[in-house]
Design a protein. Structure first.
Length: 204
């Protein structure tokens, strides 16, 4: 049986490295992108005021900042414990607290959660008052920082569930194809050399 040097086979053995690196790099990239977007999406919001139930906070809305504020809560605190006084007059119940335009929450239940959008249609001084029926912490902050949180989580999940498996599939396919083709090439070279070796013996 002729001995075939592995260096003669095609495709070259380096394609095994290509397949393995495709799996490794693809899965690592998918995991890192997912973790990066996850931590970015669940980062603490930038608050301009923070207080406990039973207290209140006064904040100023400047020109150009109208309609960009949210009510964040921790623990059992919730929007129904709060009233918002506007520059036009005192609030009544939850009239000045609108439904949050998107969802946002930190890594655990006791982290900051966006529970309402504060109705701030005009510049001036606002006062947010929250009772102590529901113990917890209340915070006032802008919406811009967490506006893309949901999109980041969706994007990170898609990268993880699509790029990761695709990398594994592509890498495994490369390994299999490389192995099959090298084996086929080895068999071809063996046949050719056996025919070559047998040719002189068949000459009259």
């Amino acid at each position: 049986m002729p001995v075939i040097d592995g260096k003669e086979l095609r495709p070259r053995a380096r394609w095994y490295w290509v397949g393995g690196l495709t799996i490794l790099v693809g899965t690592l990239t998918a995991g890192l992108v997912f973790l990066g977007l996850l931590f970015s999406a669940t980062a603490e919001p930038e608050l301009i005021a923070e207080f406990q139930g039973g207290d209140s906070a006064t904040f100023q809305v400047d020109e150009g900042q109208e309609g960009h504020w949210g009510l964040y809560v921790e623990g059992d605190a919730n929007r129904y414990a709060c009233e918002l006084d506007t520059p036009s007059g005192p609030g009544s119940g939850n009239d000045n607290l609108d439904t949050a335009p998107f969802s946002y929450s930190g890594m655990a239940y006791d982290s900051w959660r966006l529970t309402a959008e504060l109705s701030t249609p005009e510049p001036g001084e606002y006062v947010l008052r929250c009772d102590d029926v529901h113990p917890g912490t209340y915070g006032i902050g802008t919406l811009e920082q967490v506006a893309s949180a949901e999109t980041k989580l969706i994007t990170g999940t898609l990268v993880l569930v699509i790029l990761g498996p695709l990398s594994v599939i592509a890498g495994v396919a490369t390994l299999i194809v490389t192995g099959v083709r090298r084996s086929s090439d080895r068999a071809r070279l063996v046949r050719e050399r056996m025919r070559t070796a047998a040719s002189p013996q068949s000459t009259p």
